[in-house]
Design a protein around this ligand. Structure first.
Ligand SMILES: Cc1cc2nc3c(=O)[nH]c(=O)nc-3n(C[C@H](O)[C@H](O)[C@H](O)COP(=O)(O)O)c2cc1C
Length: 212
């Protein structure tokens, strides 16, 4: 039997997932060390392809360095004010050295980032994922080596706003059962065909009895 003591109930976990909002206004209070450690711990326990854990988390608290990073956290000329305001930034980096595993990098680091955001919510902290930033400039400021790619940046701090719920597409628009397009879970679906690649076309042309 898996250990379930002290785990949140399914209902309370779902309530936590639903109540997390991107926070763009922060109080200036610093985030206590024990909380920072819990955030990193949450990221560390994320799943990753072959358990390679291809991430590094850079915790930026120094005011001067944060402000430099904030200058390069922008979508063209629109700067994200929350990066200037948040007392803590966590820069999520992924190791690009392995050519094969590089294909899973964004999933791996994205999952770690998601776990950090949810742990932050559980701690009463707010976060916002910042994707639009000048990665080259930020890498330079933070002395990030070449083999690491900045996947995202999280602003972290005690919220100074309580944003209204954001919308989500209804399940009826995004869920399919057994095969794409089947909107009801009636066990009545038939599978499609595997598209033939160039090898399949060749084998079929010469009537060779292989399935590709
Ligand atoms: C990959 C990714 C990139 C994002 N980039 C930005 C960003 O650059 N600036 C920003 O203010 N919010 C950014 N966000 C936050 C989204 O706008 C936000 O998650 C979305 O609007 C849903 O709102 P919610 O997080 O409050 O549910 C990003 C979120 C993700 C997942």
């Amino acid at each position: 039997m898996p250990q379930t003591d002290n785990l949140p109930s399914p209902e309370s976990l779902l309530a936590l997932l639903k109540s997390r909002r991107s926070i763009r206004r922060y109080r200036s209070d610093p985030v206590p060390d024990e909380m920072v450690e819990q955030l990193l711990e949450a990221g560390r326990w994320a799943p990753s392809a072959s358990n390679r854990q291809p991430w590094d988390f850079i915790v930026v608290r120094d005011e001067a360095i944060r402000q430099q990073v904030a200058q390069h956290a922008a979508f063209y000329f629109i700067k994200w004010a929350q990066v200037e305001e948040a007392p803590l930034l966590i820069v999520l980096c992924g190791n690009v050295r392995n050519r094969f595993y590089r294909q899973f990098l964004h999933e791996d680091v994205g999952l770690a980032g998601s776990q950090i955001m949810l742990q932050a919510k559980a701690l009463g902290l707010g976060t916002c994922w910042i994707g639009a930033l000048d990665r080259k400039a930020v890498a330079g400021i933070l002395k990030i080596p070449e083999h690491l790619e900045i996947v995202g940046l999280l602003t972290v701090g005690f919220p100074a706003e309580d944003p209204p719920p954001t919308s989500r597409k209804p399940l009826s628009e995004i869920a399919h059962y057994d095969v794409y397009g089947n909107r009801v879970d009636d066990g009545d679906a038939t599978p499609g065909q595997i598209p033939a690649g160039p090898l399949g076309i060749l084998l079929r042309r010469f009537r060779l009895p292989f399935r590709v």
